[in-house]
Design a binder for this molecule. Structure first.
Ligand code: SF4
Length: 466
């Protein structure tokens, strides 16, 4: 048997090097101004307003139709990928196929940019865009379609994908737009279960989102937030009038879990409407909570690196990290300030659920030594968020996630015994695109328990008063 020299093991195969280079060059951060940006449809309200923010700064952003290409997504994956990866891959393949049919000879993939953000670990989300690059490369026509991303690694910094003139504007505008989207969603969840006429809330809010998107597109670059707030206030005040005061309050159910699944109605088989149908009122964890968490986590990571640099007396690194820390802290204050403004305006007219404060979530986790923010992932937010719901008097918690999702499985293993101990109804709701015949029975049973919980909570309160 011929022995290979140690060098031969280490020598990189030129083809492999070329593939890695390709992943770096065509999954990248570059200025997307003037291009057609294809955005996967995730949280329906948030994504519509986000696309409007891009259009405001001169990027022709299009939200792709979703879930129609699921078969394509499944055909070009092995089955080991996370479900959101299959759904988004299906969306892009379906969209490109339709564009090819529509434009014929004029179809040019180089006119588009596919927008697929990523996380800096530790789970598979950081690999979706690379994996999808490999799939797109299997189609000779789609090779020229670049993928652009934002990353949690630098708190979704936009300076590398927009011109220096628009990047800071977009950052502030998109944050406020996402918070407005959260408030719109919370308005729907607060009003719809009690509406005077079935369907009136959805009908009205659909028009209101359209109106807000048009306003953002028109005046977004002026950062005239009071104008956006006026539109928000009128919307919330009108929707509040749809509530029929004769309808009794329902048990409140808090949703936690993986961000794509819990905000993508097709993938979660419309779990929010299902819960409402069986007698609950829902609050889903917000987009703002995730963005705030990313900033908070980056702040903590920077502080940890700073301590390390301090021990090594590395003054160059210390200076850089100090500036980074200050800029993240300013970002965090800005986010808290803007988020507070938007919620306060809405709450003048409607008692929507306020968002969780990330530092409070962390404190709650630390108090019981359940999980540490230092481990990271969405598990920290989901476990902490569920405990916040319990503290706020919710009557049940649902953990919505893709089947086999790593952080959500951790979350389920901690939350299940914990909430059982606190006698709070809890449900794991994993999805992978298949329809489980018993899902409806499980949800009905869960809602029955939640109602019992609400009644016993009320009875205790009444007894306390007497
Ligand atoms: S969060 Fe879950 S679904 Fe998303 S990439 Fe990680 S393991 Fe997959």
């Amino acid at each position: 048997m011929t022995q290979k020299s140690p060098e031969s093991h280490c020598m990189a195969n030129p083809q492999t090097v070329a593939s890695f280079e390709r992943l770096k060059t065509s999954v990248a951060q570059f200025d997307v101004s003037g291009r057609t940006l294809l955005i996967p449809n995730m949280a329906p309200t948030g994504v519509r307003l986000l696309a409007a923010c891009f259009r405001a700064v001169g990027v022709n952003a299009v939200v792709m139709e979703t879930y129609k290409g699921l078969n394509l997504g499944k055909e070009f994956t092995s089955g080991k990928e996370c479900f959101p990866c299959q759904v988004t891959l299906g969306d892009i393949l379906y969209h490109l196929k339709k564009e090819e049919e529509r434009l014929g000879e004029d179809f040019s993939p180089g006119n588009y940019v596919y927008f697929l953000p990523e996380a800096d670990g530790p789970c598979r989300f950081g690999m979706y865009n690379k994996m999808q690059r490999l799939v797109l490369d299997r189609f000779p026509t789609y090779k020229d379609l670049p993928i652009v991303y934002l990353s949690t690694g630098n708190s979704y910094a936009t300076s590398d994908i927009l011109s220096p003139r628009y990047a800071p504007i977009f950052r502030r505008l998109s944050y406020v737009a996402l918070i407005i989207a959260d408030v719109f969603d919370r308005t729907v969840w607060r009003v719809r279960p009690y509406e005077r006429r079935p369907g009136m809330t959805d009908e009205f809010m659909d028009g209101a989102i359209e109106e807000m998107a048009a306003l953002i597109e028109r005046i977004g670059t002026t950062l005239d937030f009071p104008q956006l707030y006026r539109c928000l206030e009128t919307t919330v005040a009108t929707a509040a009038g749809f509530i029929d005061p004769q309808k009794p309050r329902r048990p409140r159910i808090g949703i936690v879990g993986e961000i794509y699944l819990r905000t993508h109605p097709d993938s979660n088989q419309e779990i929010i409407r299902q819960i409402e149908k069986f007698g609950g009122e829902v609050v889903d964890a917000s987009l703002g909570e995730w963005v705030n968490y990313v900033t908070y986590e980056q702040l903590q990571k920077t502080a940890r690196k700073w301590r390390l640099a301090w021990r090594e007396r590395d003054h160059g690194v210390l200076r850089k990290l100090t500036l980074q820390w200050i800029s993240l802290q300013i970002e965090r204050w800005y986010q808290a300030w803007r988020q507070g403004q938007v919620y306060r305006i809405a709450m003048r007219h409607l008692d929507i659920q306020q968002d969780h404060d990330i530092a409070a979530v962390e404190k709650r986790l630390d108090r019981d030594r359940l999980y540490s923010f230092a481990i990271g992932t969405e598990a920290a937010l989901s476990i902490g968020g569920a405990l916040e719901y319990v503290h706020e008097g919710f009557d049940g918690v649902v953990n919505v996630f893709p089947f086999t999702c790593m952080p959500s499985t951790i979350c389920a293993s901690i939350l299940k015994p914990l909430l059982l101990d606190k006698r709070i109804p809890y449900l794991d709701a994993p999805y992978d695109g298949t329809y489980q015949p018993n899902r409806e029975i499980v949800l009905r049973t869960f809602l029955y328990q939640a109602r019992q919980h609400m009644e016993s909570r009320r009875a205790k309160r009444e007894n306390g008063k007497n």
